[in-house]
Design a protein around this ligand. Sequence first.
Ligand SMILES: Cc1cc2nc3c(=O)[nH]c(=O)nc-3n(C[C@H](O)[C@H](O)[C@H](O)COP(=O)(O)O)c2cc1C
Length: 357
Amino acid sequence: MSFNTFGQLFRVTTWGESHGPSIGAVVDGCPPGIELSEADIQPFLDRRRPGTSRFTTQRQEPDQVKILSGVHEGKTTGTPISLVIENTDQRSKDYANITARYRPGHADVAYDMKYGHRDPRGGGRSSARETAMRVAAGAIARKVLGAGVVIRGAMVAMGAHGINRANWDWAQVEQNPFFCPDATAAQAWEAELDAVRKAGSSIGAVLEVIAEGVKPGLGAPLYGKLDADIAAALMSINAVKGVEIGDGFAAAALRGEENADEMRMKEGEIEFFSNHAGGILGGIATGQPILARFAVKPTSSILIPKRSVSADGEEVEVMTKGRHDPCVGIRAVPVGEAMLACVLADHLLRHRGQTGR
Ligand SMILES: Cc1cc2nc3c(=O)[nH]c(=O)nc-3n(C[C@H](O)[C@H](O)[C@H](O)COP(=O)(O)O)c2cc1C
């Protein structure tokens, strides 16, 4: 059995390997009549694309998406939307000397334990090249959600250095190579990441994704909780080792009266005074901004030799040449946004199916 599909009604299946001829996705369950073209998807792919700054891998992939099915005369038909991106800059020779050597921190050893046969080039299926298709699917999910739902992401910590939240400015996110909302932090990170990169090392990050304008009611207790599905979706992204919703782990340090999101009525609507819950109570959206954070580990492929073993049980040292991001957290920002969009689109269709609203 294999698990390359996620979502219940808005279903995304991805396929392809890092160094195969192409990667692709099938998005099934998209409602008919939605205006859709490649131009709706491409800007999101361009934000995730490698080779855009010295802080991301120099693999040059134009990541031009093609829609093969499910759209007629500029509108979705309700049938499966098939998407494809050609791989154009794969350099398999970079991986020739590590084919039989397990790269520490990578999925090589686990894939061999499970399957016994795999495509080792660039990590094959375990490569984050696959996340381009998540971003493409996320662009379609945004169209399903409509312009009233705004999904944005940002890097809020690189290594041990977090942003100053008082400096948060969404306009900054598109103006520095880190998707960082704090201009001062972004400047400090440049020097830090340059030093990390020159040392042949890597560093982790914490990212935050926020969805505003989500209508109350999305989410299905008990085994279809919105927060559980968001956590699973974010955790499924390569290199993600932790997920928080709302205050997350920090909520454990609060007293009940501090953590309670108090309410009053304002012009006939419920008004919350805080959002410790991250916009979700009992697995159901309250209409407050939905807020999740996720932690991305430092890039495993580094120039510093690490102890490992080969597929034959030989003890070896592995140093990964090739082109890699010194902080994979940077390019994970658009991926996190896309996964949140896909989960919300799925829950919107599920909510509509059950309640008719
Ligand atoms: C956008 C993105 C790009 C990535 N690029 C790299 C990379 O260049 N080098 C690397 O070692 N890991 C990279 N990773 C992480 C690996 O794909 C991941 O660590 C590996 O497949 C093992 O899976 P796991 O960390 O989820 O257990 C990237 C992750 C993301 C989200």
